[in-house]
Design a protein around this ligand. Structure first.
Ligand code: ATP
Ligand code: MG
Length: 221
C-alpha cells in the first residue's frame, strides 16, 4: 500500500485491515513515498518523519510492515521500481497493490502505468466522494464482452454495496483487479493538515501516538 501518508491516519489503517482480512493476505507492506512527483510543494513533511509516523501507527499490528524503499532514496521514486524490487525480495509471492478509487482514476498520470499494471494485481477500495462506475472508462481496465452488464453491476455496487463486498475485474494486462467496498471513513490527510494548521483538534482521526509525535516534533505541514 503506497501513499504519501502526510500524515498516516485511521482511514489508511482501516483500509489495510479490511483488505488484508477480505483477501486473506499474509501481510500488508506500507510504502511511504519519498519525494512524490505529483505532490511536490504541497506541505509535505520530511520523508523521514512520515516514515516514523507510519512505523508508530502500525507497530501493534503483526500483519503490518513498513518499507523504507522509497523514503530512503533521494530523488523521485516510482511505484514501478518499488514493485519490481518487492517482487525480487519476495520470490514466488503474489503481490497486490492497494489503492483507493481516487488514486486509481488518476493512474494515467503515473510513471509507466502500462508496466505498473503488469507487476501486481490491484486492490481498489471505495472512498467517500468517489464512484467505482468511472473505472470502466480507464484504459487500464480490461473491457471484454458484456460491458453494459459490468456497468450495471458497478452502479449497483456504488449504490448498495456493503463493506466487505467485492467485484472482480481484470486489468488490461490480464492481472486481477479486485474492487472492495470498505467501511466509509471520510478522513483525509489533507483535512487533518488543515485542522492542525488552524490549531484545531484532529483527535480520533489518526492514532493518538501519531498525533503526539506531530506535536512533539513540531511537524509543520
Ligand atoms: P492527501 O489528502 O494528502 O492526498 P490521503 O488521505 O488521500 O492524503 P494518501 O497518502 O494520499 O492519503 O493515500 C494513500 C492511499 O490510501 C491512497 O490509495 C488513498 O486512496 C487511500 N486512502 C486514503 N484515505 C482513505 C480513506 N479514507 N478511504 C479509502 N482510501 C483511502
Ligand atoms: Mg491522497
Amino acid at each position: 500500500m503506497g501513499g504519501t501518508f502526510n500524515p498516516v491516519h485511521t482511514g489508511h489503517l482501516r483500509v489495510a485491515e479490511e483488505v488484508r482480512e477480505t483477501l486473506r493476505l499474509e501481510k500488508v507492506i506500507f510504502v511511504p513515498a519519498g519525494n512524490p512527483p505529483l505532490k511536490a510543494g504541497s506541505g509535505l513533511a520530511p520523508a523521514r518523519k512520515r516514515l516514523d509516523m507510519v512505523r508508530l501507527a502500525v507497530a501493534d499490528n503483526p500483519f503490518f510492515e513498513v518499507s523504507d524503499l522509497e523514503c530512503s532514496k533521494s530523488g523521485p521514486s516510482y511505484t514501478v521500481g518499488t514493485l519490481e524490487r518487492l517482487s525480487d525480495a519476495y520470490p514466488g509471492k503474489k503481490l497486490f497493490f492497494i489503492t483507493g478509487i481516487d488514486v486509481f482514476l488518476d493512474l494515467h498520470l503515473w510513471w509507466r502505468p502500462e508496466r505498473l499494471i503488469e507487476l501486481a494485481d490491484f486492490v481498489v477500495v471505495s472512498r467517500p466522494g468517489y464512484l467505482f462506475a468511472g473505472i470502466l472508462a480507464s484504459p487500464f481496465v480490461f473491457k471484454g464482452k458484456n460491458l453494459a452488464k459490468k456497468k450495471k453491476e458497478l452502479a449497483a455496487f456504488d449504490e448498495a454495496g456493503k463493506a466487505g463486498k467485492t467485484v472482480s475485474l481484470k486489468l488490461a494486462s490480464g492481472r486481477g483487479l479486485h474492487l472492495l467496498r470498505v467501511t466509509g471513513l471520510e478522513i483525509s490527510a489533507r483535512h487533518i493538515r488543515a485542522l492542525l494548521k488552524e490549531g484545531r483538534s484532529a483527535r480520533y482521526l489518526l492514532p493518538e501516538h501519531v498525533l503526539s509525535f506531530i506535536i512533539q516534533n513540531k511537524i509543520k505541514f
